[in-house]
Design a protein around this ligand. Structure first.
Ligand code: SF4
Ligand code: SF4
Length: 217
C-alpha cells in the first residue's frame, strides 16, 4: 500500500467529520419512537374517571409469557370502581417475563389495557419488576404515571397504543377509519388510525393463486 492510499483513507475520515450525523447519542438523546412501539402498559379509565378493567382475566389467559395476574371482585354498590358488575381488584404484570406482544391488548374486551411507548425502565430487585395496579393505572389526567425508576423526558410521546383498537381489532379493511373505541380520560374519543394501507383505505387486491381460480384446493 502506497502513501497515496493512506492519504485517500485519511481523506474519507476527514470528509466524514463535516457530514451530518445519522447516529443519536443515546441515552443522552432519544429518537422519536414509532407509533406502534410496544412499551410498558397502562390501565385506562373512562372519561368520567371510572376504571375500564372489569377483572375478566382474558388478558391473563391469553398472555403467552404468563406474566399477568388479575383478580376480579364485585363492584361495591355504593361506590363502584368500574361500570358493570365487577372490577379488577388485583392487577399485576411481571416485566421480567413480558415480551410486549400486545396480545393482552387485543384480548381485552373493554380496551382497559394498552401499552405506552416507554421501554426505558430498570429495577434493582425482582419484586420491583412486578408492576401493581396502582402503578399501572393512569393518573387523573389520563396519562401514564411517571414512576421514579422510569426515564420519561419532556416532550416524549405519552400516548398509549390505543390506535391498536381504535379501528377493527380483526384488521378488517371495512373498519378502517371507523372508531371502535370508547372515550378515555385525558384523550376523549381517539381518532382512528389510518391503518397499514396509509391514507388509502383500500387494501391492495388479494393475489389469486391460479390453482385456486377454478375452485380447486
Ligand atoms: S404484552 Fe404479551 S407478554 Fe406482555 S403482558 Fe401482554 S400478553 Fe403478556
Ligand atoms: S385488562 Fe381487560 S382483559 Fe384484562 S382483566 Fe381487565 S378487562 Fe379483562
Amino acid at each position: 500500500m502506497g502513501v497515496l492510499d493512506y492519504l485517500r483513507g485519511f481523506r474519507v475520515t476527514f470528509d466524514k467529520l463535516f457530514e451530518e450525523r445519522v447516529t443519536t447519542e443515546y441515552p443522552e438523546e432519544k429518537s422519536p419512537k414509532p407509533d406502534r412501539l410496544h412499551g410498558r402498559h397502562v390501565l385506562n379509565r373512562y372519561e368520567d374517571g371510572m376504571e375500564k378493567c372489569i377483572g375478566c382475566e382474558l388478558c391473563a389467559g391469553v398472555c403467552p409469557a404468563k406474566c399477568i395476574y388479575v383478580r376480579g371482585q364485585d363492584n361495591p354498590l355504593d361506590e363502584p370502581v368500574s361500570p358493570g358488575e365487577r372490577f379488577g381488584y388485583i392487577y399485576e404484570i411481571n416485566y421480567l417475563r413480558c415480551i410486549h406482544c400486545d396480545l393482552c391488548v387485543e384480548a381485552c374486551p373493554t380496551q382497559a389495557i394498552t401499552e405506552t411507548k416507554l421501554f426505558e425502565f430498570s429495577f434493582t430487585n425482582r419484586s420491583d419488576a412486578i408492576y401493581t395496579k396502582d402503578e399501572l393505572l393512569v393518573g387523573d389526567d389520563g396519562l401514564p404515571q411517571n414512576l421514579p425508576w422510569e426515564d420519561w423526558r419532556p416532550g416524549e410521546d405519552v400516548a398509549t397504543s390505543a390506535w391498536m383498537r381504535a379501528t377493527s381489532p380483526a384488521g378488517d379493511a371495512d373498519y378502517v377509519g371507523t372508531v371502535g373505541w370508547s372515550g378515555e380520560l385525558g384523550y376523549g374519543v381517539r381518532a382512528p388510525e389510518v391503518g397499514q394501507f396509509g391514507e388509502d383505505p383500500e387494501p391492495p387486491a388479494a393475489e389469486v393463486d391460479p390453482v385456486d381460480e377454478g375452485g380447486h384446493h
